[in-house]
Design a protein around this ligand. Structure first.
Ligand code: SF4
Ligand code: SF4
Length: 391
């Protein structure tokens, strides 16, 4: 007699998915139109039909081990043609959020930082931490005279908060991703046939060019918004890394002293450091602008009528809002300083900018930003399996 496979529905998981916005999944009657329509679904074991039935049954263990939910780029072509209005594109998006929370390390951080209803707790942590640091160091006041942000919150204090916490976040994220990789290898009978490195490089090329986004029909123009956010983040990460390197490794003071003999010795010209300063400021501002424009386009795209009624989860809204806020508050703080606004407004804007930056950087392993990493890992794994759809 053939072996029986017994599935036990996880009712709690089903309830959580429905509360997160996937309540339409129950409408699915498994016609498979979605899998036929999807431009990114492989011929062998295509998605998202099978994920729909798994979600209906609450098969959390199977879904947590699935690489396929990460191959979906949320274009919603499938949702447009679903005859039952089951919104498979949205359901997959909510499943991805659940997987991030499931892999979160430590778990409670996934609940605080990854759950939109807990956003106030998540924001309160940096607010209290910053006020504590300012209070203990005697900086809990509005400095007199010209607006200089480092007089209010010295750069060294910011670095001493952000650098170790970012390091900790990276290590914790490493644990989550290691667990995810193990799950992927347990979740498929298809063993890797290709090496990691070439598959990873191919994945990076695909992500840098957003080539898969362009295969979508309904939401093709999302790739522009996504690319602006993507490159905006990379630009800001490079600028921040440069500022830290500049301050702690080269030991230059900021702004770059054009007449510093060490600097002149290093570059052979008094003008180069000043040019570097201008270039990096420009680069930082262009990156912030890309983030701002990209974030606005993401929100506009989600609100645009496309003949398909999709749901943007509060998880996505929180992230899009925070991206906009960090870009806008950074630029406004600078403008307030240059335009000599009342110091209280300029310093308060700067403080809020730091809170938003903390939210985006330190909570990265639990937020929508973690998608970049989970998706990269899952696409790499499927390329190693030679299962991924070529672009
Ligand atoms: S989600 Fe819609 S299109 Fe896909 S199998 Fe279910 S009913 Fe059919
Ligand atoms: S949202 Fe787009 S990529 Fe995702 S399953 Fe549907 S059609 Fe495929």
């Amino acid at each position: 007699m053939a072996d029986k496979t017994v599935f036990t529905p996880d009712v709690k998981f089903v309830r959580e998915l429905k509360e997160a916005g996937a309540d339409t999944m129950k409408k699915c009657y498994q016609c498979a139109t979605c899998s036929v329509i999807c431009p990114l679904s492989p011929d062998d074991k295509p998605f998202p039909r099978k994920e729909m039935v798994m979600a209906q049954w609450g098969l959390k263990d199977e879904l947590v081990k699935s690489a396929d939910i990460w191959l979906c780029h949320n274009c919603n072509d499938c949702s447009k043609y679903c005859p039952r209005g089951a919104k498979p594109g949205d359901v997959l998006s909510i499943l991805r959020k659940s997987v991030i929370q499931e892999n979160a390390f430590p778990k409670f951080m996934g609940t605080i930082a990854g759950e939109p209803k807990n956003i106030w707790q998540a924001l309160l942590i940096p607010v209290v931490l910053f006020l504590l640091v300012l209070g203990v160091t005697g900086h809990l006041n509005i400095p007199e005279g010209e607006i200089v942000f480092s007089k209010f919150f010295p750069v060294h204090y910011i670095d001493q908060i952000f650098v170790p916490l970012t390091g900790l976040a990276v290590v914790l994220f490493g644990f989550s991703i290691t667990r995810f990789w193990k799950n992927l290898s347990e979740g498929s009978d298809l063993k890797p046939k290709a090496e990691f490195l070439p598959s990873f490089i191919e994945t990076l090329k695909e992500i840098m060019t957003h080539s898969k986004f362009k295969k979508c029909d309904e939401n093709k123009d999302r790739s522009t918004a996504h690319m602006l956010v993507f490159y905006g983040f990379i630009g800001l990460a490079i600028t921040t890394a440069w500022a830290v390197f500049n301050l702690y490794v080269l030991n230059w003071e900021s702004p770059y002293p054009a007449n510093d003999p060490d600097v002149v010795a290093l570059f052979g010209s008094e003008t180069i450091p000043m040019i570097l300063k201008v270039v990096f400021k420009l680069f930082a501002n262009v990156s912030a602008l890309a983030l701002l424009v990209g974030g606005s386009l993401v929100i506009a795209n989600r609100m645009k009528e496309r003949g398909v009624d999709t749901v943007t989860s509060s998880f996505d809204w929180v992230f899009a809002g925070m991206v906009l806020f960090v870009g806008a508050s950074g630029m406004l703080a600078q403008m307030f300083r240059v335009a000599d606004f009342p110091p209280m407004i300029a310093y308060a804007t700067y403080f809020l900018h730091l809170v938003a930056a903390f939210f985006i950087i330190i909570y990265m392993p639990y937020s929508k930003l973690a998608h970049f990493v989970y998706r990269t890992v899952a696409i790499t794994y499927t390329k190693m399996q030679k299962r991924d759809v070529e672009v």
